[in-house]
Write a protein that binds this ligand. Structure first.
Ligand code: S3P
Length: 188
């Protein structure tokens, strides 16, 4: 079985990158790392504060530095912020030794999943749906171009998405073996 050193999840706000990333990491026996949470830890402040004080540019600089660090990790599943693909200099960091999985999600799902969120500065305005639409128009082709795997997430549970990603990462593993691994771990 040849698994990638790193699995990188890209996709829009509300795609479920953190939830799916955590489950996928458990399934692979990898460590889960969330770029946004690590930026917050490093900075000692949350993302709205960083946007307020340093502007989006300041946040993007921190994001690029974090992606460069994460590109050196192995045995990891990395969840990225929705805008991580926007700087072309980030692409090499995202790609390095990794399989990139695009969690493709409809605007309706993005709106639904981010409705009550106060932690995403780009959506704190009168028409977050229009923002999500505009971002999708610009970013969807970039996510697709970068991705090794495009995984649709609408109307699927996180567990189902993870199972399908596992199948795509490792299509040759017989089904019964996957099950044995999982059961073995669950009872450990
Ligand atoms: C952003 C997405 C956010 C976070 C920041 C900017 C974006 O991450 O990085 O608020 O530009 O789409 P999530 O995709 O995890 O919400």
């Amino acid at each position: 079985m040849s698994l990638p050193k790193r699995v990188v999840l890209v996709g829009p706000m509300g795609a479920g990158k953190s939830t799916i990333g955590r489950l996928l990491a458990r399934e692979l026996g990898y460590q889960f790392l969330d770029s946004d949470r690590l930026i917050e830890e490093r900075c000692g402040a949350n993302i709205p504060w960083i946007f307020d004080v340093e502007g989006e540019d300041g946040f993007r600089q921190r994001e690029t530095a974090m992606l460069a660090e994460l590109a050196e990790t192995q045995g990891t599943v990395v969840a990225t912020g929705g805008g991580a693909v926007m700087k072309s200099e980030n692409h090499a960091y995202l790609r390095k030794d990794a399989k990139i999985v695009y969690l493709r999600t409809s605007i309706e799902q993005q709106v639904e999943r981010t409705r009550k969120d106060r932690n995403r500065p780009l959506l704190q305005n009168d028409d977050p749906e229009a923002v999500l639409r505009n971002l999708f128009a610009v970013r969807d082709p970039i996510y697709r171009q970068l991705a090794d795997i495009v995984m649709h997430t609408d109307r699927k549970s996180p567990r189902l998405v993870v199972r399908q990603v596992m199948n795509r990462l490792n299509p040759k593993t017989p089904r019964h073996k996957r099950k044995v691994r999982k059961e073995g771990r669950d009872h450990a």
